[in-house]
Unconditional design. Structure first.
Lengths: 165, 62
Protein backbone atom coordinates (compact mmCIF):
# COMPACT_ATOMS: atom_id res chain seq x y z
CA UNK A 1 0.00 0.00 0.00
CA UNK A 2 3.00 2.28 0.42
CA UNK A 3 3.27 2.63 -3.37
CA UNK A 4 -0.41 3.62 -3.52
CA UNK A 5 0.15 6.29 -0.88
CA UNK A 6 3.17 7.61 -2.79
CA UNK A 7 0.94 8.09 -5.85
CA UNK A 8 -1.64 9.95 -3.71
CA UNK A 9 1.11 12.16 -2.25
CA UNK A 10 2.35 12.97 -5.75
CA UNK A 11 -1.17 13.97 -6.82
CA UNK A 12 -1.34 16.39 -3.90
CA UNK A 13 2.18 17.70 -4.53
CA UNK A 14 1.28 18.35 -8.18
CA UNK A 15 -1.90 20.21 -7.23
CA UNK A 16 -4.28 17.62 -8.72
CA UNK A 17 -5.69 17.32 -5.18
CA UNK A 18 -5.69 20.10 -2.60
CA UNK A 19 -5.70 17.62 0.25
CA UNK A 20 -6.46 13.95 0.85
CA UNK A 21 -6.91 11.62 3.82
CA UNK A 22 -7.76 7.97 4.32
CA UNK A 23 -11.29 7.36 5.60
CA UNK A 24 -13.68 4.43 5.86
CA UNK A 25 -12.75 0.99 7.12
CA UNK A 26 -9.03 1.46 6.53
CA UNK A 27 -8.96 4.61 8.62
CA UNK A 28 -10.89 2.85 11.38
CA UNK A 29 -8.36 0.02 11.21
CA UNK A 30 -5.62 2.53 12.00
CA UNK A 31 -7.21 2.81 15.47
CA UNK A 32 -8.77 -0.63 15.98
CA UNK A 33 -8.16 -4.28 15.23
CA UNK A 34 -8.00 -4.98 11.46
CA UNK A 35 -11.37 -5.31 9.75
CA UNK A 36 -12.03 -6.85 6.36
CA UNK A 37 -12.30 -4.36 3.54
CA UNK A 38 -11.64 -4.55 -0.19
CA UNK A 39 -11.27 -0.88 -0.98
CA UNK A 40 -9.42 2.17 0.18
CA UNK A 41 -11.68 5.19 0.70
CA UNK A 42 -9.87 8.46 0.10
CA UNK A 43 -11.57 11.73 0.99
CA UNK A 44 -10.39 14.54 -1.21
CA UNK A 45 -10.59 18.27 -1.45
CA UNK A 46 -10.34 19.20 -5.10
CA UNK A 47 -8.93 22.39 -6.55
CA UNK A 48 -11.84 24.56 -7.61
CA UNK A 49 -12.27 27.84 -9.35
CA UNK A 50 -15.31 30.02 -8.63
CA UNK A 51 -18.39 28.78 -10.47
CA UNK A 52 -16.67 25.60 -11.65
CA UNK A 53 -18.38 22.23 -11.31
CA UNK A 54 -17.01 19.82 -8.72
CA UNK A 55 -15.78 16.92 -10.81
CA UNK A 56 -13.37 14.04 -10.44
CA UNK A 57 -12.50 14.12 -14.15
CA UNK A 58 -9.18 16.02 -13.81
CA UNK A 59 -8.14 13.59 -11.07
CA UNK A 60 -9.00 10.54 -13.20
CA UNK A 61 -7.18 12.12 -16.13
CA UNK A 62 -4.05 12.66 -14.01
CA UNK A 63 -4.24 9.05 -12.85
CA UNK A 64 -4.62 7.79 -16.42
CA UNK A 65 -1.49 9.72 -17.38
CA UNK A 66 0.30 7.80 -14.60
CA UNK A 67 -0.99 4.49 -15.97
CA UNK A 68 -3.97 3.93 -13.62
CA UNK A 69 -7.45 3.83 -15.07
CA UNK A 70 -10.85 3.68 -13.41
CA UNK A 71 -12.76 0.42 -13.06
CA UNK A 72 -16.33 1.36 -12.18
CA UNK A 73 -16.22 3.62 -9.14
CA UNK A 74 -12.62 2.62 -8.30
CA UNK A 75 -9.18 3.34 -9.64
CA UNK A 76 -6.74 0.53 -9.07
CA UNK A 77 -3.50 2.17 -7.94
CA UNK A 78 -0.54 -0.14 -7.42
CA UNK A 79 -2.76 -3.13 -6.72
CA UNK A 80 -5.23 -1.35 -4.42
CA UNK A 81 -8.75 -0.34 -5.54
CA UNK A 82 -9.09 3.27 -4.44
CA UNK A 83 -12.40 5.08 -4.21
CA UNK A 84 -12.13 8.86 -4.23
CA UNK A 85 -14.86 10.71 -2.32
CA UNK A 86 -14.97 14.49 -2.65
CA UNK A 87 -15.93 16.04 0.70
CA UNK A 88 -19.62 16.79 0.46
CA UNK A 89 -20.56 18.35 3.79
CA UNK A 90 -19.17 20.45 6.65
CA UNK A 91 -18.33 17.48 8.86
CA UNK A 92 -16.24 15.82 6.15
CA UNK A 93 -14.56 19.12 5.26
CA UNK A 94 -13.58 19.59 8.91
CA UNK A 95 -12.49 15.94 9.24
CA UNK A 96 -10.22 16.27 6.22
CA UNK A 97 -8.80 19.57 7.48
CA UNK A 98 -7.96 18.05 10.86
CA UNK A 99 -6.78 14.64 9.63
CA UNK A 100 -3.55 13.49 11.24
CA UNK A 101 -0.34 12.90 9.39
CA UNK A 102 1.05 9.43 10.06
CA UNK A 103 4.03 7.46 8.82
CA UNK A 104 3.54 4.43 6.63
CA UNK A 105 6.85 2.66 6.05
CA UNK A 106 9.13 5.27 4.56
CA UNK A 107 6.35 7.57 3.40
CA UNK A 108 3.69 9.59 5.16
CA UNK A 109 -0.04 9.75 4.71
CA UNK A 110 -3.06 11.27 6.41
CA UNK A 111 -5.80 9.45 8.31
CA UNK A 112 -9.05 10.95 9.60
CA UNK A 113 -9.10 11.30 13.37
CA UNK A 114 -10.96 8.60 15.33
CA UNK A 115 -13.36 11.20 16.75
CA UNK A 116 -14.31 12.35 13.24
CA UNK A 117 -14.69 8.74 12.08
CA UNK A 118 -17.09 8.17 14.98
CA UNK A 119 -19.10 11.31 14.11
CA UNK A 120 -19.18 10.35 10.42
CA UNK A 121 -20.41 6.86 11.36
CA UNK A 122 -23.25 8.40 13.39
CA UNK A 123 -24.11 10.81 10.59
CA UNK A 124 -24.03 8.13 7.87
CA UNK A 125 -26.08 5.73 9.94
CA UNK A 126 -25.79 2.34 8.22
CA UNK A 127 -25.56 -0.95 10.12
CA UNK A 128 -21.85 -1.22 9.33
CA UNK A 129 -21.39 2.27 10.77
CA UNK A 130 -22.88 1.05 14.06
CA UNK A 131 -20.35 -1.82 14.08
CA UNK A 132 -17.52 0.59 13.31
CA UNK A 133 -18.65 2.98 16.02
CA UNK A 134 -18.70 0.19 18.61
CA UNK A 135 -15.12 -0.78 17.75
CA UNK A 136 -13.95 2.83 17.84
CA UNK A 137 -15.57 3.36 21.24
CA UNK A 138 -14.02 0.14 22.59
CA UNK A 139 -10.55 0.37 21.10
CA UNK A 140 -9.62 3.78 19.71
CA UNK A 141 -9.04 5.67 22.98
CA UNK A 142 -10.94 8.69 21.73
CA UNK A 143 -10.70 12.15 23.30
CA UNK A 144 -14.23 12.55 24.71
CA UNK A 145 -14.04 16.33 24.97
CA UNK A 146 -12.97 16.69 21.34
CA UNK A 147 -15.60 14.18 20.24
CA UNK A 148 -18.39 15.94 22.17
CA UNK A 149 -17.42 19.24 20.58
CA UNK A 150 -17.67 17.68 17.09
CA UNK A 151 -21.03 16.04 17.87
CA UNK A 152 -22.49 19.27 19.25
CA UNK A 153 -21.27 21.45 16.40
CA UNK A 154 -22.69 19.07 13.79
CA UNK A 155 -25.98 18.38 15.55
CA UNK A 156 -25.26 14.71 16.21
CA UNK A 157 -25.48 14.45 20.04
CA UNK A 158 -29.02 13.11 20.07
CA UNK A 159 -28.24 10.36 17.57
CA UNK A 160 -24.99 9.59 19.41
CA UNK A 161 -26.92 9.10 22.67
CA UNK A 162 -29.42 6.87 20.88
CA UNK A 163 -26.66 4.75 19.34
CA UNK A 164 -24.54 4.39 22.45
CA UNK A 165 -27.32 3.79 24.99
CA UNK B 1 -27.25 -13.05 25.14
CA UNK B 2 -25.87 -14.49 28.39
CA UNK B 3 -25.10 -11.87 31.01
CA UNK B 4 -21.37 -11.70 31.88
CA UNK B 5 -22.04 -12.04 35.63
CA UNK B 6 -23.86 -15.35 35.10
CA UNK B 7 -20.94 -16.98 33.22
CA UNK B 8 -18.61 -19.54 34.75
CA UNK B 9 -15.04 -18.41 35.54
CA UNK B 10 -13.71 -20.52 32.63
CA UNK B 11 -15.98 -18.87 30.11
CA UNK B 12 -15.23 -15.45 31.56
CA UNK B 13 -11.52 -16.20 31.12
CA UNK B 14 -12.10 -17.19 27.48
CA UNK B 15 -13.98 -13.97 26.77
CA UNK B 16 -11.26 -11.98 28.50
CA UNK B 17 -8.60 -13.72 26.35
CA UNK B 18 -10.54 -12.79 23.20
CA UNK B 19 -10.75 -9.20 24.36
CA UNK B 20 -7.03 -9.13 25.12
CA UNK B 21 -6.23 -10.48 21.64
CA UNK B 22 -8.40 -7.79 20.01
CA UNK B 23 -6.55 -5.11 21.96
CA UNK B 24 -3.19 -6.58 20.91
CA UNK B 25 -4.31 -6.51 17.27
CA UNK B 26 -5.47 -2.92 17.66
CA UNK B 27 -2.01 -1.99 18.91
CA UNK B 28 -0.17 -3.32 15.82
CA UNK B 29 1.42 -0.89 13.39
CA UNK B 30 -0.61 0.34 10.41
CA UNK B 31 1.44 -1.66 7.84
CA UNK B 32 1.08 -4.83 9.97
CA UNK B 33 -2.68 -4.33 10.07
CA UNK B 34 -2.79 -3.87 6.30
CA UNK B 35 -0.95 -7.19 5.88
CA UNK B 36 -3.60 -8.85 8.07
CA UNK B 37 -6.39 -7.27 6.00
CA UNK B 38 -4.88 -8.72 2.82
CA UNK B 39 -4.78 -12.16 4.51
CA UNK B 40 -8.44 -11.69 5.45
CA UNK B 41 -9.19 -10.76 1.82
CA UNK B 42 -7.57 -14.02 0.65
CA UNK B 43 -9.74 -15.96 3.11
CA UNK B 44 -12.98 -14.13 2.38
CA UNK B 45 -12.75 -13.67 -1.40
CA UNK B 46 -13.67 -17.24 -2.44
CA UNK B 47 -16.73 -17.18 -0.18
CA UNK B 48 -17.87 -13.78 -1.41
CA UNK B 49 -17.27 -14.72 -5.05
CA UNK B 50 -19.34 -17.88 -4.55
CA UNK B 51 -22.12 -15.56 -3.37
CA UNK B 52 -21.80 -13.59 -6.59
CA UNK B 53 -19.88 -10.62 -5.21
CA UNK B 54 -17.13 -9.15 -7.33
CA UNK B 55 -14.13 -8.63 -5.03
CA UNK B 56 -10.44 -8.09 -5.74
CA UNK B 57 -7.69 -9.17 -3.40
CA UNK B 58 -5.03 -6.45 -3.16
CA UNK B 59 -1.73 -7.18 -4.83
CA UNK B 60 0.83 -5.34 -2.75
CA UNK B 61 4.52 -5.19 -3.49
CA UNK B 62 6.55 -7.15 -0.93
Amino acid sequence: MEETLRVLNSLERDGVLRRYAIGGAMAATFYTEPVLTFDLDIFVLLPTSPGALLTLSPLYEALRSRGFSEEGEFVKIEGVPVQFLPVYNDLLREALGEAREVPYGSTTTRVLRAEHLAAIAVQTGRQKDRDRLRMLVDQAGMNREYLTDILVRHGLEEKWREWTR
Amino acid sequence: MERMDSLTPDIKRLFQAKEDRRRKLAALSFPEKVQIIVQLQHMAAPILRARGENVDVWTLRP
